[in-house]
Each structure stands twice: as C-alpha cells, then as structure tokens.
Design a protein around this ligand. Structure first.
Ligand code: NDP
Length: 293
C-alpha cells in the first residue's frame, strides 16, 4: 500500500480556526468577547514560543488575549493569587498556565485552583471526570481532541476499529483512549506504556495507532499492520547538523518507512501540532458561551 493519505493538520486546523472566527463574531454581536489568559512562569524557550503562538492566534481571531509573564522565582502562593484573580475576572473565560512550570511549583495544585469552568486545557479533575462520564459540558484536552478531529477529517471509521494508544499521560494518552472508546467513537482501545510487553505485537493488531510517547521514530514499519491509520502526536527535537538551527523536529513514528504501509498518516511537523492551538481556541469559545449563557 503506497498510495497513503497524508493527513494535513495545517489545513484541518485552518478550517477549525475559520469556525472559531465566525463563532467569535456571533458572540461579539451579543456583546461577549471570548477572553483567554495564558500564564507563563519562567524562561523556558519552547514555552515562550507556545505562549506567543496562542496569544497571536487569539488576536488574529478576534478573541481577547491576556498574556501574563511571571519571573522564574514566582512562588506557589503568588501564582495561586494570579489564578484566583483570573477566576474572578469577568473578561477572562479561559485560563491556561503553560506547562512545565519551574520545578518548585506544584503544578497539580495550580491546576486544581483554576475554576473548572475556565479550565480550557481540560486538566482539572472535574473536567477529567466529565470526559470519563461523556458529559459534553466539560473541556476535552486539546491535543487528543485535535487528534480525533484529524481522524474524522480523514473519514476514518473508528466504530469497531482496534485502536492502540501508546502513552498514558493525562495530557494525551489517557484522554485519547477515553475519546476513542466513547459512545459514538466506539473503538476497541488498548493503551500501551513503558511497562507493556511486546509493544510491536500489540501495535500490529491496530487499525488505528496513536503514538504519544516522546521517543523519536520509535514506531517502525514492522509494528504497523498494512492499511492502518497512524496519528503521530510526538514532537521530538533531534540533532541535525544540516538544519539551520542544529536540530529538526521528528515524531514518534519512523515516518519514511511507516507511511507507505498506511492508509493514512499524520506528518511531523504539520500534523497534530497545529490542531492543539486550534482546539484551545474552540475550548475558549465553549467556556465563553457556557459562562455567559
Ligand atoms: P509523557 O512523557 O507525559 O508520557 C509519555 C508516555 O509514553 C508515558 O505513558 C510512558 O509510559 C510512555 N512511554 C515512554 N517510553 C515508552 C516506551 N519505550 N514504550 C512504550 N511507552 C513508553 O508525554 P506526553 O504524553 O506529554 O507527550 C507525548 C509526546 O507527545 C511527546 O513527544 C510530546 O512532545 C508530544 N506532545 C505533542 C503535543 C502536540 O501539540 N502535538 C502536545 C503534547 C505532547 P509510562 O507511563 O509507563 O512512563
């Protein structure tokens, strides 16, 4: 099978953003400007890039964006105070504290302090519970939500499909598994992780493989059943002397050897990556709508 489909995350993200732009205009006509606050603590270069992109996307779509940059030495109490202020601010409908915070910050406590109605990352325990309960008033974490949208855009039949999710993080793997098994998606889901035995054999069963591991090019061609659909969530920096900045981005899947075996596959970059911000904008709209209903 070499006529595989490349799932174009940039194009799908652009169409999600078009929806958000139109819905934002409708909300504004009712006097509501959806507002997102993104809090960055410290100097992590990748986090700065992500926060900048979120801020720019908000502005481009007509949302209100507030970027709060705090020094590395910000204390837990100071950060909690910022979160509480944002919880009480009527201009702000979505709150996100960029991960990872500096080591001295207890991230779990920060997440729990965010008003769950403004938790557009979907990490608060109340939203995790709502996802498990299939309650649509909750917020679904952006990366798995984006991955589901990519599957839908490619016309992938999830009902009755064998799906293997590699990775069990709260940000990607676990919510992805819940979404795939939810009513309406109806996949049969296996979740693999670092203690799984014979991962290649588990993977070979899959009609749909979701790789969310953080290990460059781990999934090889002989792990993948011919005709499978592969969603590569991984974003890994690998050294590359020929690249301008000395590194290149690669996924968790050995794309060149895996793609020809697939029915469809996401590239890295340009696959899942662009969907994450797009779904964050969608979640912010949902928050604005629910808070002002
Ligand atoms: P985590 O490190 O939190 O989780 C990685 C998961 O992979 C863990 O469950 C771990 O198992 C599992 N794992 C690690 N090594 C192996 C192995 N050898 N075999 C099988 N499973 C293994 O990462 P995240 O979930 O946050 O992110 C995963 C990847 O997705 C990263 O590359 C990250 O950069 C990327 N990402 C991309 C986003 C996007 O916008 N496209 C957004 C978020 C993440 P165990 O639980 O046993 O340790």
């Amino acid at each position: 099978m070499s006529d595989f489909k490349i799932i174009d995350g940039k194009a799908v993200a652009a169409s999600v953003l078009d929806e958000v732009r139109a819905e934002t205009a409708e909300l504004k006509a009712r006097g509501v400007t959806p507002g997102l606050a993104v809090v960055l603590v410290g100097e992590d270069p990748a986090s700065k890039v992500y926060v900048g992109a979120k801020d720019r996307t908000c502005r481009d779509l007509g949302l209100y964006s507030r970027k709060i940059t705090l020094p590395t030495e910000t204390t837990q109490e100071e950060l909690l105070a910022v979160v509480r202020e944002l919880n009480a601010d009527p201009l702000i409908h979505g709150i996100l504290v960029q991960s990872p915070p500096p080591k001295h910050i207890n991230e779990e406590e920060i997440i729990r302090a965010i008003d769950p109605r403004k938790d557009v990352d979907g990490f608060h325990p109340q939203n995790v519970a709502k996802l498990a309960l299939e309650d649509p008033s909750g917020f679904v974490p952006c990366t798995p939500a984006g991955s589901m949208r990519l599957l839908a855009s490619a016309g992938v039949q999830t009902s009755g499909a064998e799906a293997v999710v590699i990775g069990r993080s709260m940000i990607v793997g676990k919510p992805m598994a819940l979404l795939l098994m939810a009513k309406g998606s109806d996949a049969t889901v296996t979740v693999a992780h670092s203690r799984s035995k014979d991962l290649p054999a588990i993977c070979r069963r899959a009609d749909i493989v979701i790789a969310a591991v953080g290990r460059p090019e781990m999934v090889k061609a002989d792990w993948v059943k011919p005709g499978a659909v592969v969603i590569d969530v991984g974003i890994n920096r690998v050294e590359d002397a020929t690249a301008k900045n000395g590194y290149r981005l690669t996924g968790d899947v050995a794309y060149d050897e895996v793609a020809p075996k697939c029915a469809a596959i996401t590239p890295v970059p340009g696959g899942v990556g662009p969907m994450t911000i797009a779904m964050l904008m969608k979640n912010t709209l949902q928050a604005a709508r629910q808070l002002t209903a």
